[in-house]
Design a protein around this ligand. Structure first.
Ligand code: ZN
Length: 343
């Protein structure tokens, strides 16, 4: 089943062509440079950029997959969660193409896409994976931090999620505090700095360590970091940037490890899946590998870096697993849903 998929949920204009779970093309136009100077994503700028780029990105996805739109079996699109006015651009384009070429339209939840990034294969069908259910899915990005119980394909139960900031958002904010600059995104800066730092330099609390549930919370340690940095003064801050980054990263990811461990203790889990942009962080991946190994549970990550961040191929793969049964009966029923939940 060949699917043309579109995702415009945040600041990446993305289109892809997939054939079952194999990726034929995966085109992403990143708007990071346009939002960088504002220190975050500006919704209006995102919408305008999506509108300007969407046709070109779709065309490029088809071209690099050497596929004509007539040969596509279905069109898939992210309906949420995300920035409402950004989502709208992708949905309108998908509806327009589905109508024009008389193709089924499959709406996909963006977080479902991040989950299915672990099932995606390259055009030659590699890597071969036999992912067993039930699976525990850890989704970590700039907007989400959640643990999901996946009993089988297309069946989700959110076990825990962040009560305030997402892990990626906390890392972005920490980067601004540590570097004293309006940088965006900051997660990769923290990871790079932390490599040279002492993670025991600053004793930050481990969020939600004692809570009995599987929820997360990151606004408290962000404030703790801010106070610590203010107390240090500028000179000490600038000499200890690597140490601060390492200490912050340790606190954020240890809290994730604790919740992954608790979920593995509480549920019978046959595989662990990790999705979302923060999943690209090597420290996080290691800490999850360690927990999974203790439980003798295999852990799966997307096979290539590009599949961690926002992209459309993950939406196409999720749509394939949903199948044509999930197509919208009437295109008009497909609406953006900024706060869509997995269920
Ligand atoms: Zn995402």
């Amino acid at each position: 089943m060949k699917i043309l998929s579109i995702d415009t949920s945040c600041d990446e204009t993305a289109a892809a062509v997939t054939d079952n779970d194999a990726i034929l093309s995966n085109i992403t136009f990143s708007q990071i440079l346009m939002h960088e100077k504002f220190g975050g994503v500006v919704p209006d700028i995102a919408r305008r950029n999506h509108e300007e780029r969407i046709d070109g990105v779709v065309e490029k996805a088809l071209k690099s997959a050497r596929t004509k739109i007539e040969d596509i079996d279905a069109i898939a699109v992210t309906f949420g969660p995300g920035l409402a006015i950004a989502l709208g651009v992708g949905i309108n384009k998908a509806k327009e193409l589905a109508k024009l070429y008389k193709k089924p339209l499959i709406p996909v939840n963006h977080m479902e896409g991040h989950t299915y990034a672990c099932f995606a294969k390259n055009s030659k069908g590699n890597p071969e994976r036999d992912i067993l259910f039930p699976a525990l899915v850890l989704l970590v990005s700039g907007a989400h931090t959640e643990l999901v119980y996946m009993k089988k394909h297309n069946s989700y139960e959110v076990l825990g999620k962040t009560r305030d900031d997402a892990a990626g958002e906390a890392l972005d904010k920490a980067a601004r505090i540590i570097l004293n600059e309006h940088i965006y995104p900051g997660g990769s800066v923290i990871e790079r700095l932390a490599l040279k730092g002492d993670e025991n330099f600053l004793a930050l609390p481990i969020p939600m360590k004692q809570s009995k549930d599987l929820d997360f919370s990151y606004s408290g340690i962000k404030t703790a970091l801010l106070y610590a940095v203010q107390e240090m003064g500028d000179k000490e801050r600038s000499t200890h940037m690597a140490d601060l980054a390492a200490s912050f990263q340790k606190s954020v990811f240890t809290s994730i490890a604790i919740k992954v461990r608790a979920a593995l203790d509480q549920y019978k889990i046959c595989s662990v899946l990790v999705g979302g942009g923060v999943g690209a962080n090597e420290y996080l991946r290691n800490i999850v590998r360690i927990e999974a190994k203790k439980h003798k549970t295999p852990v799966y990550f997307p096979y290539t870096k590009k599949l961690y961040g926002d992209n459309a191929a993950m939406i196409g793969v999720a749509a394939f697993y949903k199948g044509l049964d999930a197509q919208a009966k009437d295109f008009e029923t497909v609406q953006r849903s900024a706060r869509a939940e997995l269920h």
